[in-house]
Design a protein around this ligand. Structure first.
Ligand SMILES: [Mg+2]
Length: 194
């Protein structure tokens, strides 16, 4: 079923559990910061600013090997311990919602990701999924809201769930088209208004 504003509001007003899905990197986990800082520390003479690094520099085919290394490095997905405010925010949402965590991380990062989900002590840890294409999961689980930072995913999912965007330099072009928050911590407040 395609969720419209009407059906979402109805679900909430009838006390049905809404279902909220989260991307990890760029949403619940600041992977881009961890990876960028590793490059700053390890690549001699590197001085590309953060926004340009992710919007241009890393997309250059010259840097494909480094990009591949960053994406597959297991250590980057266990570097940040979840903050208390973020954990509290998720538990607050879990009072009325079932939470899902859907990430495209490659197999090299799966073990670390499972460890991180468990260690973070967040609600519904059993709802962690790895998928390059998130759409079948969104449809099968009837996820009402999905919090995402990647332009390609936001556009691909928008007709099947209510996409909420976390503002990042790499999604500036579509921020007008989606309800956009600066940090996932703003999500509960936003959900009151949409
Ligand atoms: Mg992401």
């Amino acid at each position: 079923m395609v969720m419209t504003k009407g059906t979402r509001t109805l679900k909430r007003s009838m006390n049905f559990m809404t279902k909220i899905g989260f991307d990890l990197d760029g949403v619940l986990y600041d992977w881009h910061r961890v990876a960028y800082e590793w490059v700053v520390e390890n690549k001699e003479g590197f001085n590309v600013p953060y926004g340009r690094f992710w919007t241009e520099w890393i997309n250059n085919s010259k840097h494909r090997m480094l990009a591949d290394f960053l994406v597959k490095a297991p250590v980057f997905v266990t570097t940040i311990i979840m903050s208390e405010p973020m954990r509290e925010m998720l538990w607050g949402l879990a009072k009325n919602s079932e939470l899902f965590y859907i990430t495209a991380r490659p197999k090299e990062a799966h073990f670390g990701t499972r460890w991180w989900i468990k260690t973070s002590k967040i609600p519904n840890p059993e709802n962690l999924f790895f998928a390059q294409d998130k759409l079948p999961l969104i449809i099968n689980h009837e996820i009402d809201y999905f919090v995402e930072d990647r332009t390609k995913n936001a556009l691909a999912l928008q007709n099947h769930t209510k996409v909420i965007l976390v503002a990042k330099p790499w999604n500036e072009l579509i921020q007008e088209e989606f309800p956009t928050i600066q940090s996932v911590l703003e999500l509960p407040e936003l959900l009151e208004t949409i």
